[in-house]
Design a protein around this ligand. Sequence first.
Ligand code: HEM
Length: 435
Amino acid sequence: MATRRRPPGPNGLPILGNTHQFARDQFGFAERLAAAYDDIAYYEVLGRPFYQLNDPDAIERVLVHNNENYVKGDFVQGLLRPIVGGGLLTSEGETWRGQRRRLQPSFTPDRVRGYADAMVDATEQKLAEWDDGEVTDVHEDMMEVTLAIIADTMFGMTVDEEVETVGAALETAMRQTEKVWEGFIPKRVPTPGRRRYRRAIDALNEVVYRIIRARKADPSDDVVTALLEGEDDVDDEQLRDQVMTILLAGHETTALALTFTLHLLARHPDIAGRLRAELDEIDGTPTATDVLGAPYLDRVITESMRLYPPVHTINREATEPDTLAGYEIPAGATVTMSQWAIHRDDRFYDDPRTFDPDRWADGLRERLPDFAYFPFGGGPRRCIGDRFALLEAKLVLATVLPRYEFDLVGPAEFDLLASITARPADPVEMRVRER
Ligand code: HEM
C-alpha cells in the first residue's frame, strides 16, 4: 500500500494551529479526533506537529515492535524533567536500561506481595481519622494513603509530617504542567505560576533529600540502597531524580485510580453492593491472596481504569521516519496515544460511557486488540509498578469498603484537568458513613 503524507485532521488557525481547541478540553479533543479520523489524525499545538494514533496496531508498533525508533522526546521531557529530573520515567538508552535493571528486583511478584501488610496498615491509619458521617476530600485522603505506602515500602520511611507539604507541592507542580498557553511565553519569563512552581519543586526536593540522607546513614533492604549498589558514581542529584520519580510515579496515579473507583461506586450503588458482598467474604485483614483471587474486584478496577485512565496519554518522538497506519511519520514528529480516547471508542467497547464491570466477565480482554486497553502503557517502558499498583488498589478497597459507605456530596461528573495525569479539578467530597 502506498504511504500517504499528511493524515487528515481538524482545521487550525494561523500560528495557533489547534492550540485553542486542545487547551480548552484535551480529553474531548482526543475523543473527537478518534471519532472523526479513525486510525490516525494530525494537529498542531504551539507550532508543534502531533500525530494522534487511534489504531491499536499502530500503538503497538510504537511501544513494542519498533520501540527503538521512539524516544520520550522534547515534549515529554519538557513536562517531566523539571519535576522528576533524569530518573526512570525520563531517561533513555543505556542509562534507562541500567536504572530499570537495578529497580526491577523491587517489583518482582514476590516482593510486591511482601508489601501487602504495609498497604493495609497505611489504609487503616487513614480510616482511624474518619468520623462517622463526616464529609471528606477522598482524593486528598487517597493521596495521603498512597504516599505513606510508597514511602514505607520503597524507602522504609514514614512521612507523616511531610504528607501535607508533598501534597500541596505536587498539586502546584501538576497544575503548572496543565497550562498549555504558558508555552507561548518564553521560558525565562518568571510568571507567577512559574514562581509558585519553583517553590513547589524546592519543597519536594527537601523531602527527597531527607529520605536520601536517612537511607545513606542507615542502609537497608530498600530502593535507595538498590540504586547505590554496584555504582561508584551515583551523585546525589541522580539519586534525587530516582527517588523523586518513584515517589511521584508511585503514588499519584494509584491515588487517582482509587478516587475514580470510589466515585464510580458511589454513583452505582448496585455495583458497590455486589463488590461489598464479595469483600465481606474475606475473613479478617485482607491479604494479597484474598484480593488477587477476588474476580469482581478485578473487574471493577479494570473498568474504572478504562473509563478514567490515570495516565490519559502517552507521547513519543520519532527519531527516524516511520510509517504508521499508512502514513509517513517524519523524524522529530510527536506521536500521541490517548488511553482516554481509545478506552472510550465504540469500535472496541459497547456503550463505552457506561460503567459496567461485567463487560470484562467473558473474556473481553482476550478478544480485544492488545492496545485497545493500556492503562499501564506497554513494551519495554511499560509501567514498572503495574503489579504494585493493582495489589495496592485492591487492598485499599478491600480494607475500606467493608467498613464504610460513601455518599456523593458534589457533582456526579468530574471536571478533570489534563496535566501529566488526569486529575480532578476540584476536591472530590464524599460523606463517609460507618456500615
Ligand atoms: C494505577 C496506577 C498506575 C498507572 C495507571 C501507571 C501508568 C503508567 C504508564 C502508562 C507508564 C508508561 C509511560 C510511558 O510509556 O510513557 C508508567 C511508567 C512508569 N511507572 Fe507507572 N503507573 C501506575 C503506578 C505506578 C507505581 C505504583 C509505580 C512505582 C511504585 C510506578 C512507577 C512507574 C515508573 C518508574 C515508570 C517508568 C518506567 C520506565 O520507563 O521504564 N507506576 N506508568
